[in-house]
Design a protein around this ligand. Structure first.
Ligand code: SF4
Length: 59
């Protein structure tokens, strides 16, 4: 499973970082997504809570 992020759509509400801090994080000023760091179910649920639609799950 892969999660994509569109920085032009993101409104920086922080739901992703709060919901799955091991998956969605800032490293060296870059937003990174590590889908191996949590369960697929939790990642999908966090993606669904993204208010802007910037995150998308690709199977
Ligand atoms: S939850 Fe969505 S809008 Fe909020 S910071 Fe994450 S990607 Fe951006």
């Amino acid at each position: 499973m892969k999660v994509t992020w569109d920085e032009n759509v993101c409104i920086h509400a922080g739901k992703c970082v709060q919901g799955a801090p091991n998956v969605f994080k800032i490293e060296d000023g870059q937003f990174v997504i590590d889908t191996s760091a949590d369960s697929e179910d939790n990642i999908k649920s966090v993606v669904a809570q993204c208010p802007s639609g910037a995150l998308k799950v690709e199977e």
